[in-house]
Design a protein around this ligand. Sequence first.
Ligand code: 5AD
Ligand code: SF4
Length: 440
Amino acid sequence: MNSYDSDRIAEILLLAGHIKTSLPEDADIVVINTCNVREKAQEKLFSDLGRIALIKAKAAEKGRSVIILVVGCVAQALGKEIFARADCVDIVLGPQAYQNIQKSIEEVISQKQCPEVKMQKNFIVDTTMSAEDKFKLLPRNRTLVKLPSAFISIQEGCDKFCTYCSVPYTRGREYSRPTSEIISEANQLVSSGAREIFLLGQNVSAYNGKYSSSAVCSFTELLFLISSIKGVERIRYTTSHPCDITTELMKAHKEISSLMPFIHLPAQSGSDIILKKMNRGYSRSQYIKIINEFRKILPNIAFSSDFIVGFPGETETDFEATCALVDEVSYAQAYSFKYSPRPQTPSSKWDQIDEQTKIRRLAVLQEIINKHQLHYNQSMEGKELLVLIEKEGRYENQVIGKTEYMQSVHLSAPKNFIGKVFPVKISRGFQNSLSGKLVG
Ligand code: 5AD
Ligand code: SF4
C-alpha cells in the first residue's frame, strides 16, 4: 500500500514539474513515506531523518535550501511531535492528505522567499482523514507503473480494530473507492502495459464500493468486472480478513481463470484465547474451516499468512497452538513478527511479554514456516508451471518471473519475454525461489 502511495506522490510531483534525482544529496525536496505498524519502522524514520538533516545542513552552507516532508502513517500518528524530534522537517502529511503535497511545498517555498518569515519557520501539518477526497484529487493518469504487475488501491482504512493494530487510527475508517474509478484505473494500466492487476486494501474482501447511484459492488463482483477487461491476464489481491470471506469469493477462484490461486489470509495466532484478546472475530476452527472450504473448491490453492508472537498474555501453550496451526495449514509462505506495542492501541496498555521470549518464539515459528515453504517449493520440482516474466535477473540472459502461486522463478529467456506468460518446467525448489527452463 505504501508502495502504491509513494508512486502516486511521485506522480503528483512529476506532474507539477519536479524531476527525480538519483542521489538524496542532489534533491531540493525529500519525501519520506512512512509505516507505523511496528515501532521498528517508526524508528527507521528518525534514523533516516538524522542522515537527511546532515545533507540539508551541508546544502544550507552552500546557500541551497532543502524541503523535507514526512508522509504516511507515522506522520498521522505523531503529527507535530515529529518537528520536536527532528526539526529539519518542514511538512507532515497523513496518508489521506498527500494529494495536497504540491500546495504544501509551494507554501513552504513562498515562506522561504519572504524575508520576514525566513528565520521563523512555519511548519505545515495536514492529518485530515478523508480517503474519498484524496482519491478524487489524485491525477487521473498513472504514469509511474511498475510493469507488468500493477497495484491499484481499491479500499483503505479499517473498521476491525484488532487490539494490536494502529491502522484504524492512521488510515482511518474503511472506505471503498467507487467501482468506475477502479475500472478506469485498471483499463489505463492495461493500456500502459500491465498484465497483472494487484488489488490492494487493508481489508479488500469487505469492499463495497459505489457501483451506480443506487447500487454497490461487492468484492467478488469487482473481480468479475476486472477479469472482463481485455489484456488482464492475472488478478491478485491483498489483504483479506477471514471474517469477510464469502462462498461467492471462494467460487470466484474457480470461475475466474485469471484470478490467481494464492490467498494471503492472516491468521495472526492459532490460539482461541489470543484470537479473542486480539479481537480478530474468528476462532481457530473457523479459520481452518475457511481454508478447507477453499481447498475443496480449488485443491491446488496456496495460502500465506501473517503471525504475531508475544502478544500480551501469550502463554507457551498459546504459542504452541500457533505453531500447530502452521503445521496444519502448511502455508506456501508466511510473514511473522514480534508483537510491537503501538501507543494508540488497547493491547499496548496490557502486561507485556519479555523481549527474550518474543525473540525465541519468533525464531521457532520462523523455522517451522521456512520448513513448509521449502517443502512447498520443492514439491514444484518436475512440474510445468505458468510463469509471468516480470524483470531481468542479475545474470546475462536471466529473467525472473512469478508462478501462479506467487513463487519467484529464475530462468533463461530473452528480455523481450518480459510481460508475457510462459510455461516453465521447474528444475529446483529453493527456500525463497524456484529455478526452471522454458518449455519448448
Ligand atoms: N505488532 C506486530 N505486528 C503487527 N502487525 C500489525 N500490528 C502489529 C503490531 N502491533 C502485523 C500483523 C498484520 C501485519 C501487516 O503486521 O500481522 O497482519
Ligand atoms: Fe489492522 Fe488488519 Fe486488524 Fe484492520 S484487520 S485492525 S488492518 S490487523
